[in-house]
Design a protein around this ligand. Structure first.
Ligand code: PMP
Ligand code: GLU
Length: 392
């Protein structure tokens, strides 16, 4: 049987793959510690579970509008107004099956074959494949350790060609946790306006920030930038709702309408009950978010401190998200591994600690550790990594 060219070119998601592999090992009885996929270990807060149960008993279990129920759209609009001072109409909001689906639909509706999307590295693994699936070409501009893994407006300017359609920014970033300042966003935004680029702003880690700095949405900097930006967000990370699959996008009504029409022919609608759970997440008490945030902060500090004491490994203490992007090039070289990927593979085989190799994010010198897991697991993982490095 035939497989399409499109799908033959597709590489599986390494973040998902490594986690599945590690969980399989676990199920076989191995004592594996998984610092793989970025997924909070907490259960979804109780008041959200209750809202979902109530929706079920009330019979809210039918098809909904493709772009989401009005109540949830209104809650998303209120959230944008409250957190960023951004005003959107209902037709400028679409609810999707996770933020990943919002991004997928967005690339499908804005790209034609050959169109280029500029993506800063290190990047989240799915951006590249999603752009390619839409027939587009990802163009990478490199954020290095020296610049705190951020790209500059000069780099963006140099990468723009006649084929550039969009620029993607993810702040706070997966995998580095780096966050752009207002001024940096303004500088990048100016280039986008000059070249009429659509700005895709993935703000899924917006509330997971550990410094005093506040998240700034590039869309909030001026009416011109708002008109040019599609903001992507969702409830997966902030509310520990990864399995519920609710994300959303906000932006120009033509683009949002097209995304919604695309959903109407693929998913029909995001799961009705999950939409009511997301409604409660956005409108109910935010106390669980504060609790999770303070746990993440402690874990971040612990993991960074331990890693920095291991010879041949270095990392920044990230500002946001729940990942540490650690440079293990020296440790890998000392132990005779070709790159960070080979090092991570050996670590899994020998010490049963699963990390995501940096190649998933565009770097052969790094590995990504997710610290969205319990302190107990993190302590064990750090002991094992230390042992792996010092004994090899
Ligand atoms: N963007 C980034 C940067 C992410 O890390 C994730 C995590 N999966 C997503 C989007 C998608 O989130 P979800 O589909 O779970 O809402
Ligand atoms: N975004 C998370 C990660 O990067 C979850 C897995 C995924 O969707 O790729 O690990």
């Amino acid at each position: 049987m035939k497989l399409s060219q499109r799908v033959q070119r597709l590489t599986p998601s390494k973040t998902i793959e490594i986690t599945t592999m590690a969980n399989e090992l676990k199920n076989q009885g191995h004592d594996v510690i998984v610092l793989g996929a970025g997924e909070p270990d907490f259960n979804t807060p109780k008041h959200i579970l209750d809202a979902a149960a109530k929706a079920m008993t009330q019979g809210l279990t039918k098809y909904t509008p493709a772009g989401g129920v009005v109540e949830l759209k209104d809650a998303i609009r209120a959230k944008f107004q409250r957190d960023q001072g951004l005003e959107y109409n209902r037709d400028e909001i679409v609810v999707t099956v996770g933020a990943k689906h919002a991004l997928y639909n967005l690339f499908q509706v804005i790209l034609d074959p050959g169109d280029e999307v500029i993506i800063p590295s290190p990047y989240w693994v799915s951006y590249i494949e999603q752009v390619k699936l839409a027939g587009g070409t990802p163009v990478i501009i490199e954020g290095t350790e020296k610049t705190g893994f951020k790209v500059t407006s000069d780099q963006l300017k140099d990468a723009v060609t006649e084929k550039t359609v969009a620029f993607l920014i993810n702040s706070p970033s997966n995998p580095t946790g780096a966050m752009y300042s207002r001024q940096e966003l303004q500088n990048l935004g100016d280039i986008c306006l000059e070249h009429d680029l659509t700005i895709i702003s993935d703000e899924i880690y917006e509330l997971l920030i550990y410094t005093d700095e506040k998240h700034v949405s590039i869309a909030s900097l001026s009416p011109e930038l708002k008109a040019q930006t599609v903001v992507i967000n969702g409830v997966s990370k902030t509310y520990s709702m990864t399995g519920w699959r609710i994300g959303y996008a906000a932006g120009d009504a033509r683009i949002i309408g097209a995304m919604s029409r695309l959903s109407s022919h693929s998913t029909s609608n995001p799961t009705s009950v999950a939409q009511y759970a997301a409604l409660e997440a956005l409108t109910g008490t935010q106390e669980p978010v504060d609790r999770m945030l303070s746990a993440f902060r402690k874990r971040r500090d612990y993991v960074a401190n331990r890693l920095l004491r291991i010879p041949g490994i270095h990392c920044d203490v990230p500002q946001g998200a729940f990942y540490i992007f650690a440079n293990v090039a020296e440790a890998a070289q000392t132990a005779g591994y070709d790159d960070a990927d080979a090092w991570a593979k050996a670590l899994l085989e020998q010490e049963k600690v699963a990390l995501v190799p940096g190649s998933a994010f565009g770097s052969s010198a790094h590995v990504r550790l997710s610290y969205a897991t319990s302190m107990d697991q993190l302590q064990k993982a750090m002991d094992r990594i230390e042992q792996f490095v010092t004994q090899s």
